[in-house]
Structures are given as C-alpha cells and as structure tokens.
Write a new protein. Structure first.
Length: 149
C-alpha cells in the first residue's frame, strides 16, 4: 500500500504484550496513512500519556486509542471509563483490541462508550488482516475529529 503523507494519524497503543505490540506496529507499517504509534505498557502509563504527565509532557493527543483490557496496574476498563468521562479526551475513538471473547466484557466496554470491540485472533495472518481492516475503516472511511489547534 502507498502512504499518503497528507494524512498523519497519532495512535496510542495500550498493550502490555511486547509480541502484540510488535505485530500491531508491523501490520500498520504499510498503512495508507502516515502513522505515528506510541505505546503505553499499562493503564497508568496510558493515562499519564493522555494527561501529559511526567515523561509525557510533550505527548500529542492521539487520534485513536487501541486498548487492551487486561493490563497491569490499571486495567483497560478503568482507562476506557476515565477517557470517556474526561471532556478533553472523550472525543478520541477507543478501539478495544483484546483476547477476551466474554460477553460481559463486550457489553461493559460498549456501555463505557468504546467505539469498537475486536477480539485478537490467535492466527498471525488473521491478526494482520484485522489490523489492516481496522486501518482501512478508521483511517480511510471514517472522518476523525480534527487535530488540536
């Protein structure tokens, strides 16, 4: 796929599994948009990034959050609830990207205003296909909120 430099998208990937981080980055590498992927390894780090605290004072406000549910220190459900309650963050689309297939998790995250729920497949090729489909939909078809001025 050819990159379109006019479209720059900042993505915050909140994921504690280094293998999944690597796979997600690789899958987005050939995206049609210029992606900048930032990684938070747990929920506390994610909230520090989003609130520009500590080492993240210069962090950009992401255009999208890819959020795992099962995280150390603060789980993804707590992060999602905090993001969607914050008037400065609630406009950011949050895509749940997790191994959980539990109906309870799906219902709870949609009730917390997740924008989408994706279950990570075990198969590597299928995972890459899903990331490409996510990229195609969210960065080519959907109109995201404008960047901060």
């Amino acid at each position: 796929m050819k990159r379109v430099d006019a479209l720059a998208v900042d993505i915050l990937l909140v994921e504690d599994n280094p293998g999944d981080v690597r796979l997600t980055k690789e899958a987005l590498k050939d995206a049609k948009v210029m992606n900048e992927i930032y990684v938070a390894k747990d929920g506390v780090e994610a909230m520090d990034f989003l609130n520009k605290k500590g080492a993240f004072k210069e962090a950009p406000t992401p255009d999208m959050i890819l959020l795992d549910l099962n995280l150390p220190r603060k789980d993804g459900r707590e992060v999602l609830a905090e993001v969607k309650k914050d008037p400065n963050l609630k406009h950011i689309p949050v895509i749940i990207l997790t191994t959980s297939k539990a109906d309870e998790d799906i219902i709870k995250t949609y009730n917390l205003h997740a924008n989408a729920y994706i279950t990570k497949p075990v198969d590597l090729n299928r995972f890459v296909e899903i990331i490409h489909a996510l990229e195609e939909f969210w960065f080519t078809i959907v109109k995201l909120p404008p960047k901060e001025q």
